[in-house]
Write a new protein. Structure first.
Length: 331
């Protein structure tokens, strides 16, 4: 994806554009560098924090004190919360030693149909501190959905440390970090945060990208089929809406490969997975590739699925619901 001529606005409840000059706004680093939450459901959530080696971290939620389920070698602590009450706001704090504390908040999803607000966007410069992040936070969303290009480091090597540093740069941004502490994240990558420009399944740095994502990002369970290499396909449900986070990079066939049934931007396993999904009243597919192409369109030489586009293959089995709804909202 070319940086200058292929960064398109993603219009949602707000527009995320980290492209204009703004103040650096870098957070002063302490024993706890950053914290954020994600993978929220009606009864569970995941919190991750970078705590370094300043002592044994713990998560404080109300009167509960929760130890980490794991701490990575680079100091990323992961906390899993279970047995939470639906539709409930939770304030949490990560504490290290006797003094250092950094916290955030999230709200569990309501059981059954409900109205809710979320914000989404993509393509912010690495560590952007644009005021749009304050606007997003002021809307008090249920969650923030990031559709890719979380950073623009364009890492071409299989070096996990470079991917870790890229995450740290973004989470050191004062306004971005505040947004991610105020509401949980749901995040799927695109090319510049997965690898170099227009990266696909042949990217040599894919193992490092996958490892760093798993270490740093509080994500929903990754849906991988046996024999599939990497991939961040995941999904979650809020009320009657099923959100499908599609990975259009890590198993993507190169764009210059000959057209045919095996040419795909989703990968064969992910593409086939659409047809096996349950059919809630509405589905939102989330992808940063300017949205997955709509049925009947072509994607300017990009990887396609069979004789139709990825969009046709992905939406057809969902859109044929007996309820007669249009099928897919593609963001």
């Amino acid at each position: 994806m070319k940086v200058m001529n292929r960064i398109w606005p993603r219009l949602g409840l707000v527009l995320l554009l980290g492209l204009l000059p703004c103040s650096p706004g870098v957070i002063a680093r302490g024993p706890i560098e950053w914290v954020w939450s994600g993978a929220v459901t009606e009864s569970s959530a995941v919190v991750k924090a970078k705590v370094g080696d300043s002592g044994e971290p713990r998560l404080l939620v109300g009167e509960a004190e929760i130890p980490p389920s794991e701490i990575s070698a680079s100091g990323i602590a992961t906390f899993h919360l279970e047995g939470l009450s639906p539709g409930t706001a939770y304030d949490y704090r990560v504490a290290v030693g006797d003094g250092a504390v950094l916290g955030g908040r999230f709200r569990t999803f309501v059981q059954g149909p409900s109205s809710f607000r979320f914000v989404f966007g993509s393509c912010a410069r690495t560590g952007s501190n644009h005021r749009i992040f304050e606007t997003m936070e002021s809307l008090q969303p249920l969650f923030t959905l990031h559709m890719g290009d979380f950073h623009y480091e364009n890492i071409a090597e299989n070096d996990p440390a470079k991917f870790r540093r890229a995450f740290d740069k973004v989470l050191a941004s004062e306004r971005q970090s505040s947004l991610y502490r105020s509401a949980p994240i749901a995040y799927i990558w695109d090319d510049h945060d997965y690898g170099p420009n227009d990266a696909d399944g042949t990217h040599p740095g894919k193992p490092a990208a996958v490892a760093a994502y798993g270490e740093y990002v509080p994500h929903y369970p990754l849906e991988r089929d046996e024999g599939q290499s990497g991939g961040l396909r995941q999904a979650f449900t809020v009320g009657r809406i099923r959100f499908l986070l599609t990975d259009v990079r890590s198993n993507r066939v190169p764009d210059d490969a000959p057209d045919g049934p095996e040419k795909t931007m989703l990968g064969v396993a992910q593409r086939s997975g659409f047809s096996a999904r349950s059919r809630p009243p509405a589905v939102a597919t989330l992808s940063s590739y300017g949205s997955i192409p709509s049925p009947g369109s072509r994607s300017q030489g990009a990887a396609t699925d069979g004789d139709a586009t990825t969009g046709s293959a992905a939406t057809s089995p969902i859109g044929s619901s007996r309820r007669g709804w249009p099928g897919v909202c593609s963001c």
